[in-house]
Design a protein around this ligand. Structure first.
Ligand SMILES: [Zn+2]
Ligand SMILES: [Zn+2]
Length: 227
């Protein structure tokens, strides 16, 4: 576990980054890792003095297996509300999307064999402009493109954005997902412009290390080739 800011922690034991946020009433988890991730995430929380029983809500950045997959296993230990954007809820509940390219379809089929997805039955819709009771100081932002219902969590006072797969930092190189990994590449580029317009210091992506300083400038570097 990495402490990013007071009350904000990165859980590192899943395939995708998961973020634990302390709120007024309890903990919120942003993303849940792959379907097998729950035991490791629970163990990592407990090792660092947190309890799953204090979890009040789960927010999913989007429906992909490495972000939404661990939720079902966590709910088997502790029942909480799971929030996602309405456009991704059918996929979170198990409806298969058709990936945009043949290559990606093959990759998804293989991943489906390695990590069988365990769908959720009940998911609460959340959209930009709506507040989460567990996180009064955070805003939900729509970040569509990678998937239609991709969302992020933004904390204006601390200038922190958790952005799921809207931007990734794999290999310490900030990047927009390739067109083949976006259901709507034009919307994905528009989303990067939206992120670039925020006053940002810290950026926590779904993959790769968290940018702890000067994230706004680094996002601006991504924007020039897009224009
Ligand atoms: Zn994704
Ligand atoms: Zn991902």
């Amino acid at each position: 576990m990495q402490r990013i800011r007071r009350g904000l922690y990165l859980l590192e034991s899943a395939l995708a980054n998961c973020y634990l946020i302390e709120g007024n009433h309890g903990l919120t988890l942003f993303d849940t890792g792959q379907p097998s991730a729950a035991p490791e995430l629970i163990e990592e929380m407990e090792r660092n003095g947190f309890s799953l029983q204090d979890l009040e809500a789960i927010v999913l950045s989007h429906a992909h297996f490495d972000h939404a997959g661990g939720a079902r296993g966590l709910l088997e230990h502790h029942r909480v509300k799971v929030f996602a954007h309405p456009a991704d809820i059918p996929a979170v509940k198990g409806r298969r999307e058709t990936p945009p390219s043949l290559g990606l379809r093959l990759v998804r089929s293989l991943l489906g064999l390695c990590y069988p997805y365990r769908p959720l039955e009940v998911v609460v819709p959340i959209d930009e402009g709506q507040a989460l009771r567990s996180l009064p100081h955070w805003q939900v932002l729509r970040l569509p493109g990678h998937t239609p219902g991709s969302i992020g969590l933004f904390q204006p006072a601390e200038r922190v954005l958790l952005c799921g797969d809207a931007v990734n930092n794999r290999g310490r190189r900030l990047a927009v997902p390739s067109d083949g990994h976006c259901q709507d590449p034009a919307a994905a580029r528009e989303t990067v412009r939206k992120i670039g317009a925020l006053d940002l210091e810290v950026l926590g992506c779904g993959h790769g290390p968290v940018l702890l300083r000067g994230a706004g400038l680094k996002v601006h570097d991504l924007l020039s080739p897009l224009t």
